[in-house]
Design a binder for this molecule. Structure first.
Ligand code: EPZ
Length: 431
């Protein structure tokens, strides 16, 4: 069983390079099958979720040529199945982007239904509403989600709730629909904009991505392209929080500072100094006291729900009482009990965590309940007194590329071990 093991207490120092954005790459990979020409995607993060989706794309018959760990060539011409198995959906919900992509291209698709997951119930009603509005016959039954149309026709779609997934899925289908589609109350997240830019580089006509209203003029076909994925906002934010919690001094490179503004603002309120460069940010926590602040998660440009556990891990060791309000997913405080085992004092009342700062964490054996919750445990472990062992790291590996190398490069005593002997060896080495 693989585990992360951390000897905490070393301030992180140095530079770390951020990988491509997982959540942008998932939409882009799905979109890549929408032409028969070859699409090259660069700056893919080498993480499990991406590899699962690439597997799903191969499984429907597309030709995937892995150029290197961060680059693939995809040719959709060889697709021979319009059905995506539960095997993929259960590992990664975003395989459902193949619904929008296949429906757009072939006007027919069948995808296993995603269930809920650790962070919430996660319905797909808005995806269904959008695809129906484009003229598809959508059926949700027997654990499957299928959609068919003679032709897709542009439409006016209002999303009742801001949804990244629904915005991307509808956009994928609508680029090859006849006529104009308008998505109102669209998600504005950087990854939505990146998927739109990618589709435009394939010949789609999408305007307004990054605003509340996305306008798509359907085109008859898409062509091949060569596209590099944007840097990962959440990976960058995670290293920012790790630098803050360890009172370190870290330059986070290959980022788009604009995408990090909400995170920077909260870290500044918590007492850190942030320097912004063209494609990097420096977080300085060294010699500075962490103090309380209040955070509410909101769709972009608000504070990202995917950073909620990580900022809570920082505020749990900040002086005073902070509040963290989760407004997107109903079940995203599961890690709080694990942080409590490391000495944090956090009380959750419905959607609000009331965080009473303690002076420090103490290392413990903990278990990652989901991806970003796992990142919070790493942040706590890096700043804790003593050794932290994290179980269930498969969740963390879904979205963070090569943590051992990146964190060791910043001076952390952090390793992945997969047996008791290596765990004991690490403990001896750091004691
Ligand atoms: C995306 O999930 C991300 N995943 C999530 O990142 C992220 O937490 C989330 O957006 C919010 O930013 C990917 O991009 C692959 P939503 P998604 O649809 O698209 C409700 C991570 O850690 N809703 O924006 O599934 C929903 O329940 C992951 O990397 C409906 O009600 O999220 C939620 O309350 C975890 N009906 C809200 O909308 C629907 O049909 C926003 O969800 C769809 C969503």
């Amino acid at each position: 069983m693989e585990q992360y093991v951390i000897k905490g207490g070393t301030p992180l120092r140095g530079e770390v390079e951020i990988s491509g954005a997982k959540n942008a790459a998932l939409g882009i990979l799905a979109g890549a099958i929408m032409t028969d020409e070859t699409v090259t995607i660069e700056n893919l993060p080498n993480v499990k979720d991406i590899n699962v989706l690439i597997g799903a794309i191969e499984d429907i018959g597309a030709t995937v040529n892995r150029i290197d760990a961060h680059t693939v060539e995809i040719t959709g011409k060889t697709i021979n199945r319009l059905s995506v198995d539960y095997e993929y959906i259960k590992k990664i919900r975003a395989s459902y982007y193949l619904m929008g992509a296949l429906l757009g291209k072939y006007k027919n698709a069948e995808v296993a239904l995603p269930g809920g997951c650790a962070i919430g119930s996660r319905p797909i009603d808005l995806h269904v509403k959008g695809l129906k509005a484009l003229g598809a016959d959508v059926d949700v039954s027997y654990g499957l989600w299928s959609a068919k149309a003679d032709r897709l026709v542009g439409s006016h779609i209002y999303l009742d709730k801001v949804s990244v997934g629904a915005t991307i899925n509808i956009m994928l289908a609508a680029v090859l629909a006849d006529g104009k589609t308008t998505i109102e109350n669209a998600a504005k997240e950087p990854h939505v904009v990146d998927v739109a830019s990618f589709l435009n580089s394939m010949g789609a006509n999408i305007r307004g991505a990054g605003t509340d209203v996305i306008r798509i003029s359907g085109v008859s076909a898409l062509h091949g392209t060569n596209y590099a994925v944007i840097p990962d906002q959440i990976e960058a934010g995670t290293y920012m929080c790790a630098a803050a919690a360890t009172h370190g001094n870290v330059v986070i490179k290959n980022v788009i500072p604009k995408h990090l503004e909400a995170i920077s603002a909260k870290l500044i309120e918590a007492g850190c100094l942030i320097e912004e460069y063209d494609d990097a940010v420096r977080v300085i926590g060294e010699g500075r006291k962490l103090t309380n602040t209040h955070v509410t998660t909101l769709p972009y440009p608000g504070f990202p729900t995917d950073m909620q556990p990580e900022i809570t891990a920082v505020l749990a060791i900040a002086e005073g009482t902070s509040t963290v309000t989760e407004s997107i997913f109903e079940n995203r405080f599961k890690y709080v009990d694990e942080l409590a085992r490391m000495g944090a004092s956090i009380k959750v009342e419905s959607t609000v965590a009331i965080v009473t700062g303690v002076s420090n964490y103490t290392g413990a054996r903990v278990s990652a309940p989901d991806l970003r919750a796992g990142a919070a445990l790493i942040i706590a472990g890096l700043s804790a007194d003593g050794i932290t062992v994290i179980d269930d790291i498969q969740y963390i590996q879904r979205g963070y590329e090569d943590l051992p190398t990146k964190l060791s490069g910043l001076g952390a005593q952090f390793e992945m071990v997969d047996n008791e002997r290596d765990l004991q060896k690490f403990k001896l080495k750091v004691s």
